[in-house]
Structures are given as C-alpha cells and as structure tokens.
Design a protein around this ligand. Sequence first.
Ligand code: HEM
Length: 242
Amino acid sequence: MQNVINFITNSRVWKSFFRHGWPDNPLDRSLVMTTNVFFHLHPVKVNRKSLNWAYSLGLGVISAIAFLELTLTGILLMFYYVPTLERAYGYIITLQTEVPFGQLLRNMHRWGAHLMVLVVVLHMVRVFYTGAYKPPRQFNWVVGVVLLLLTLGASFTGYLLPWDQLAFWAITVGTSVAGYAPVIGNSAKAILLGGPEVGQEALTRFYALHIMIIPAGIALLTSLHMWRVRKDGGLAANEIKD
Ligand code: HEM
C-alpha cells in the first residue's frame, strides 16, 4: 500500500497539482495557502478583530453565497426556459407541474433573489454604520454602490421573464417610471423596451441582461470588491483601538 502511495505522490501529475510537501512546517503551510486558488483569497495573517462575527454579521459573504446559489439555479432554469411571448408563460406552468423538482427550483431562484436584495442592503447599512466607507475604503464603497444597482437590475429584469400578468404590468409601470427620469429618461425607456411597449423586444433584452450582462458584471465587480477589502488592509474593524 505504501508503495502505491509513494508512486502516486512522486508522480508528475500529482506534483503538478500539489506543489508543496505535507503541511507540517511553516513553509509548506504557507505554500498550501498561496498556491491554492480558493485559499489564496484569504490573507496569510488575519487580524483577530475582523474575525468577530458580530462586527460584519457575515453579510457580505452571505451576499456572495446568494449570488452563487442564484447562478446555479439560474443555469438549471435555462435548460427549460424559452424567452418568447408564445412559450415563456407555458414554460413556467410546465416547470411547476411536470418537471421533477421544478417548483422547488423556481422557488429557490425567486426566494434567493429576494434574499440577495435584502442582504446586500443590510450589508450596505452595516458598512455605513461602522464607518467603513471612509478612506481608504471610499473606492470600495463606490464599487459596492454599483453592485447594489446591478443586484436591483437583476431583480427587475428577472421579474419580466415569467411573462404573466404580474410581470407584464410591473415592467410596464417600472419602465414608465424610468421614462420620467430627467435627461436620460426617454432613451433609457427606449433602450430597455426596444419598442413602444412591453413586448417580444423587451423580453429578449431583459433576458440578455438577466442571464449574461448583469451576472457577468456582478461576478467581475465582486472579485474587485473582495480584492479591495484585502488591499485596504482587511475589514475596518482592524483599525479600532483596543
Ligand atoms: C453583490 C453585492 C455585494 C457583495 C457580494 C459584497 C461582498 C463583500 C464582502 C465578502 C466583504 C467582506 C466581509 C463583510 O464585510 O461581510 C465586503 C466588504 C465591504 N463592502 Fe461589500 N458586497 C456587496 C455589496 C456592497 C455594497 C452595496 C456596499 C456599499 C455601498 C459595499 C461596501 C463594502 C465595503 C466598504 C466593505 C469593507 C467593509 C469593512 O472594511 O468593514 N458592498 N463586501
């Protein structure tokens, strides 16, 4: 048995994955952290204060987990959904009545979306309450504001996709409100709808925004956001005097 283990751990394939020895000394321990794509997101050293759960309430991390859950359930929903006026609503009915676990899948996506909006807002309130928007974190605050807008945008564009009465009228009202915005109102409404009223063009645009453009934006900016937390010296809790 030991021979087999030695053979595997000495092979080139194994060494190409694990580029360090067993982590029983300080060098190999730090190599484990820095050479692993998931572990390297963590700093090598963490300040004790930023580990205090009651400080951040984990709201940023919960926002990221909600986004991952939505991405996963959203990909599964895409296996069935067709963004056309004739088929979109029928798809929702089929999903809920015929597809195994379809109702659960739809509810996980819908409730996950509500949760993400709520948690992102609470995270923003926490950051404000602890004064973490102040220098040097002011840029990350701005990144956060864009993340909030993208989260709301994902929620808004997803709302139209079931193509039921609620969706149709909510988006009719929502895009009319957008039309009243000063200067950019009319153009924003025209870009969103792609026509004079909510119809196939709007459904196609909302679908593209919902499944590609907005999630890509959130994924990209969340990576930048986390990287900035590291570069700004970890959580603002670290600067609190004992
Ligand atoms: C998709 C939305 C978001 C995700 C996934 C996210 C994720 C995170 C994570 C994981 C952290 C570090 C841990 C924590 O504080 O819980 C963090 C910190 C931070 N976030 Fe967010 N965030 C989001 C939205 C926002 C918003 C809307 C704002 C404000 C407008 C914001 C501003 C900040 C700031 C300034 C920090 C540093 C906090 C400190 O140093 O104490 N974030 N974020």
